[in-house]
Design a protein around this ligand. Structure first.
Ligand code: CMP
Length: 139
């Protein structure tokens, strides 16, 4: 059954470029409520753990290096059909393939520096949210 929460990170490229406000505005305008939010910087070890599911992919090393290269914003979001609606809002992983008007089409620089992460299942949304936030930190 679909849950009403998902998890996102605003990635180092978007933070560095000053896009936090613009991206959060698009998220709010699309009807998502922020349940928890943290501005932080990942060590390579923590980024490696977060993306462990991709550890056998050829881009894993680049992904871990990139995700630990600067601050990120971790956010839990709430909305009906949160996970699937959020993936529509952010667009395809590769920004050259993302639809017009999506967050990645507007803000992403490349497939690696693609502005935002979005959980790809309800189960992963729960796991990823819990990776960054304790129960007490969520409203
Ligand atoms: P994200 O939604 O954070 O989940 C995994 C990330 O791996 C993905 O976004 C991309 O940033 C990154 N990724 C996926 N495919 C590639 C690729 N071919 N080259 C580099 N990075 C990739």
């Amino acid at each position: 059954m679909a849950t009403n929460r998902t998890f996102t990170m605003i990635k180092p490229d978007a933070v560095e470029s000053g896009y936090i406000g613009g991206i959060l505005k698009m998220i709010n305008d699309a009807g998502f409520r922020i349940v928890a939010m943290k501005y932080t910087k990942l060590s390579a070890e923590i980024a490696g753990k977060f993306y462990e599911v991709h550890k056998d992919r050829p881009f894993y090393g680049e992904l871990v290096q990139y995700m630990s290269s600067g601050p990120i914003v971790a956010v839990i979001l709430e909305k009906e059909n949160a996970m699937s609606d959020f993936r529509i809002l952010i667009g395809a992983t590769d920004p050259t393939k993302a639809d017009e008007g999506t967050i990645r089409k507007i803000y992403a620089k490349s497939i690696a520096a693609n502005a935002v992460h979005g959980s790809d299942s309800d189960e992963n949304a729960e796991i990823e949210g819990a990776f960054f936030f304790s129960q007490l930190e969520r409203f």
